[in-house]
Design a protein around this ligand. Structure first.
Ligand code: TXA
Ligand code: MG
Length: 354
């Protein structure tokens, strides 16, 4: 199969391309499309066959459920049962936007889409291309991130092409995404709203709307790098996640000490014949004395760090580095989401330098 790339990066959106992509979806095919978080790999959420194709194209285990993307709140009511009051409150506050809600499903969405679960994850993306595609196709679109399973989520159409070229019908190229990390997932099926995956919508923002919020204990790591026993409730958070080819270690602590430690470790690694990558910020870049230094962003602009993280990890794979040293980014608002992804990529390996 030849994967077509269709440009939708200019305003006004090229509706010809949206209509062609919508036709592919209506005929049971797959189209990758931009959202405000990461690119999604879309198929008709009500079509079992389309969901099977999505798992196959990604090489994803079929017990890891897909997120259903909608364009109207009434579509959430159409596919769920016993919708809690909190769903309405959260949708009013954050939709369209980077929040996915897990609710009890009815029979409209097949088990092939929900990985066999009786619940369904739903979100209304805040991206004009994604919304136009949902509306034009008349489909609710099942879409996981559009990467090969085990690689970082794609934040540019090129990333999708690297992973899925020849395996899907088309890619709508809307340029680089905005946020760069996957949506926050909340479970609404229990009494207390529970965060299953941290994202741009953080704990404080959720608390302002629904009061009490907790975080799934299965995704909270202690300083030994393990969780307190429980398995994560979102199946996707259980899998061994993306690990870069290079062995990644996070160095955290006071900036001067972090820089000098990374410089020391880099020198040592180079002496041992290893190729070293360093994840720096615009403020520290010039203080690193050796290695391939990539700037993730500006510490005062945490959005830039989230935006560039996955692209940087892909770049280090291409540079074929043996080891990667990264600064730590426990920033005020998105820090939990950023560190959740970075720590996973590092297999929880952190060095504290005080
Ligand atoms: O930002 C995003 O959420 C992107 C864009 C494309 O919307 N999508 C995304 O999908 O990140 P994916 O498939 O890579 O991650 C979906 C996560 C997985 O961890 C999956 O296990 C979880 O959502 N999930 C889906 N349905 C669920 C359910 N019914 N209960 C619990 N977790 C669920
Ligand atoms: Mg994913």
């Amino acid at each position: 199969m030849i994967t077509r790339i269709m440009d939708v990066s200019q305003e006004p959106i090229n509706m010809e391309n949206i209509r062609e992509a919508a036709e592919i979806l209506k005929n049971g095919g797959l189209v990758a499309f931009p959202t405000e978080t990461v690119y999604g790999l879309g198929g008709d959420a009500t079509d079992k066959e389309a969901s099977r194709k999505i798992y196959q194209a990604k090489g994803r285990p079929s017990d890891n459920p897909l997120i259903v993307h909608i364009a109207k709140f009434s579509q959430l009511e159409q596919i769920t049962s016993d919708l809690p009051e909190n769903a309405k409150l959260l949708a009013d506050a954050f939709w369209p936007g980077p929040l996915t809600m897990v609710c009890n499903k009815n029979q409209v969405i097949p088990y092939e889409t929900t990985g066999g679960l009786d619940t369904v994850a739903v979100r209304m993306p805040n991206n004009p291309v994604a919304l136009a595609l949902i509306e034009e196709s008349g489909c609710m679109i099942a879409a996981p991130s559009a990467n090969t399973s085990g690689r970082p989520s794609p934040t540019k159409a090129e990333h999708v092409y690297q992973d899925l070229s020849g395996k899907i019908e088309a890619i709508l190229d809307g340029g680089a995404v905005d946020i760069g990390l996957e949506s926050t997932i909340v479970d609404l099926t229990e009494d207390v709203v529970t965060i299953l995956r941290p994202g741009f919508i953080n704990m404080d923002m959720l608390k302002e709307v629904v009061g009490e919020v907790r975080i799934d204990p299965g995704i909270v790591y202690n300083d030994k790098g393990t969780t307190e026993g429980a398995k994560p409730k979102a199946p996707g958070m259980r899998y061994k996640h993306y690990a870069p080819k290079g062995d990644l270690t996070i160095i955290s602590g006071q900036e001067d000490k972090v820089v000098s430690t990374i410089n020391k470790m880099t020198k040592q690694a180079i002496q041992n014949g290893q190729k070293v990558g360093i994840i720096a910020t615009s403020a520290t870049r010039d203080r690193y004395e050796a290695g391939e230094v990539l700037v993730i962003g500006d510490r005062d602009d945490e959005g830039s760090i989230a935006h560039n993280l996955y692209d940087i990890l892909r770049q280090f794979d291409e540079l074929d580095v043996d080891v990667i040293f990264s600064e730590s980014f426990a920033t005020p608002k998105m820090g939990q989401a950023i560190m959740n992804r970075l720590l996973k990529a590092a297999g929880q390996k952190t060095i504290e330098v005080g």
